[in-house]
Design a protein around this ligand. Structure first.
Ligand code: ADP
Ligand code: MG
Length: 256
């Protein structure tokens, strides 16, 4: 069979901030339906990489493609509309909204009638709003929040709030999901549960995932491929077991 196009292709991606090179000619591909972890010490450029992929930062040089579509230089909402969804390192949920309404925000780009019409209760919008609510309920079930749909998201335990954010991103029906430290701050139980949801996103939904995560247990269990950044440079990329034993990676983490 012909080789499949990578879900994402990063080519020579470079980001400079006044005198500091946060990303330095980074190239790798994310294979379709895989989890690709990006790891590295603090300041290595992981969040910068996410911010370029989602259009928050503009690359100084290099390019990003989604399948065969050029993303370089597009605004965040255009990149999201093309199918790249992200979650944030710190929670970004509206404080008083219910879980259902928080997740419904993820449907925005898929809504033709628009939320104004559905808010006004126009008959043309009613059917569409019902379909979106049904999909939100399915995704809530998938991430384990079926019993929490009507609760204010801000009152849930931290681990569940992070799952609401993941659910909201899934509600965008993305082709690629960018997860920035999805298990940070979670209890061991919440970590296990989240890791199971993330592998389900890959295996059942077939979504490609880029995962920035400090928890090496989670990275080694979930990732099909691991890319290691250090001072903005790619120093290793490959299967987790190989990368873990790469001398350059060991050096970067030990600071030797
Ligand atoms: P990581 O997420 O791997 O810890 P970051 O991508 O956040 O690393 O940061 C990489 C480097 O770029 C750091 O030295 C950081 O201080 C710098 N940096 C990140 N964002 C900005 C910015 N908006 N302005 C200036 N420097 C930045
Ligand atoms: Mg970071």
């Amino acid at each position: 069979s012909p080789p499949r196009l990578p879900a994402l292709t990063l080519s020579g991606l470079t980001v400079r901030f006044a005198g500091l090179t946060a990303l330095d000619g980074v190239s790798f591909t994310v294979e379709p339906g895989s989890v690709h972890a990006v790891i590295g010490p603090n300041g290595a450029g992981k969040s910068t990489c996410f911010n370029v992929l989602s259009g928050v930062y503009r690359a100084t040089a290099g390019s990003v493609r989604l399948g065969d579509t050029e993303l370089t230089g597009l605004a965040p909402h255009r990149i999201a509309a093309l199918g790249v969804a992200r979650t944030f390192q710190n929670l970004a949920l509206p404080p008083h909204a219910t879980v259902a309404d928080s997740m419904l925000l993820g449907r925005h780009r898929l809504t033709r009638a628009g939320f104004l019409a559905s808010g006004l209760g126009l008959p043309s919008a009613a059917g569409e709003a019902r379909r979106h609510r049904a999909r939100v309920a399915e995704i809530a079930e998938f991430v384990g929040l079926a019993g929490d749909l009507d609760r204010p998201a801000g009152t849930l335990p931290y681990g569940k709030q992070k799952l609401v954010e993941l659910g909201r991103a899934l509600c965008m029906e993305p082709r690629v999901l960018l997860l920035d430290e999805p298990v940070a701050g979670m209890t061991a139980d919440e970590r296990r549960r989240t890791a199971a949801v993330v592998s389900g996103v890959r295996d059942s939904l077939g979504i490609s995932i880029v995962l920035v995560e400090h928890d090496m247990g989670v990275v080694m269990r979930l990732a099909d491929t691991v890319t290691v950044l250090d001072f903005g440079r790619l120093i290793a990329s490959g299967p987790p077991a190989r990368v873990q034993n790469d001398p350059a990676v060991v050096r970067a983490y030990l600071g030797a």
